[in-house]
Design a protein around this ligand. Sequence first.
Ligand code: PMP
Length: 406
Amino acid sequence: MFLNVNEIRKDFPILQREVFGKPLVYLDNAATTQKPVRVIKKIEEVYSTINSNIHRGVHHLSQLATTAHEEARKTVQEYIHAPNSREIIFTRGTTESINLLASSFCRSQCRSGGEIILTAMEHHANIVPWQMQQSQTGIKIRVVPITEKGEIRLEDIEELISSETRLISLTHVSNVLGTINPIKEIIRLAHNYDIPVLIDAAQSVQHLEIDVQDLDCDFLVFSSHKMYGPTGIGVLYGKENLLEKLPPYQGGGEMIAHVSFQKTTFNELPFKFEAGTPDYVGTVALAEAIRYINELGLSDIHHYEKELLRYATTELMKIDGMRIIGQSEKKSPVISFLVKNIHPYDMGMLLDRMGIALRTGHHCAQPLMESLGIEGTLRASFAFYNTKEEIDVLIEGIKKAAKMLE
Ligand code: PMP
């Protein structure tokens, strides 16, 4: 089966628009993906037909909304092959998922210090929450370096592991380099030392099949908006026995079993970690996005996007003065690049005028930029609705902009 991209593009209303009089070429999918019309319609449908606060209501609408929200949790569970829907916690996004875990994990498991291992290619969302715990708990952060190709090596991780290591937290796919990290091997290595692993799947869950049982990861986090779903919803998956041991993150309604001024007891999983009214419209729309991905098929998506990556890399490399940052053998459809010594921002501005949406800058990975000795890059990131014709427009655009800026 092959993807019918011309038909798929019709599902995304925004792809039909123009920018500065030119057809939009949207190549900023690692920042956020566009939404198919059925996801947009699902939001309207929930507000128009069943909107009502969930879990607490005896009335009909509240029960319908609760059922839809809890079914969405099951859809997410099945998508990542989690054994139990109690292990799916809804958050606002990857960032909140990591903050939740860093806070609950460090408060309970690192009271007397300890070390958290991160890698040099982490997004700020997987750095700063741990740093914020440093002052509270005395934990230390150890950083796995990256190779020249932009990969991490198992032996470098093993060298940092010690009796002090409490957790390894790393990204599955780098949002800058595109590198797909060998997380299964890393998890196996960590488990040899009884160390749990958190996987940041923000850049992988929309491109690759994820099976948390096969990976045996302890925690996994991702955002809906990068997988064709709405903004403001994310997921924290955790193994039930580990989540049971962690204290709640925020306090409020929903997360309690009983409250008195003397003593409060907490609700069971997953509600213990879901204080307040959740975005139950967002969760239902996320489930719709997952159904859409499933109908296209992750395996076909992967093959098509791999071909886009191959084509774009080959064509970009033909451009005079092109430097691609991130040369891993195993890459996701993300390409960071620099052309001669042209500032990425200047090039990005000119491309924007041609209707081409790319991202420029440090991509929320300043420590990575520092280790690469650069300030920033241009980044083109692809989704299954992109085409080779769009890549051709990008290539011509870069050539034209380079001529103007040289
Ligand atoms: N981790 C990675 C690898 C990312 O690419 C991003 C988003 N750029 C995040 C975390 C943060 O995701 P969000 O802003 O949706 O919380």
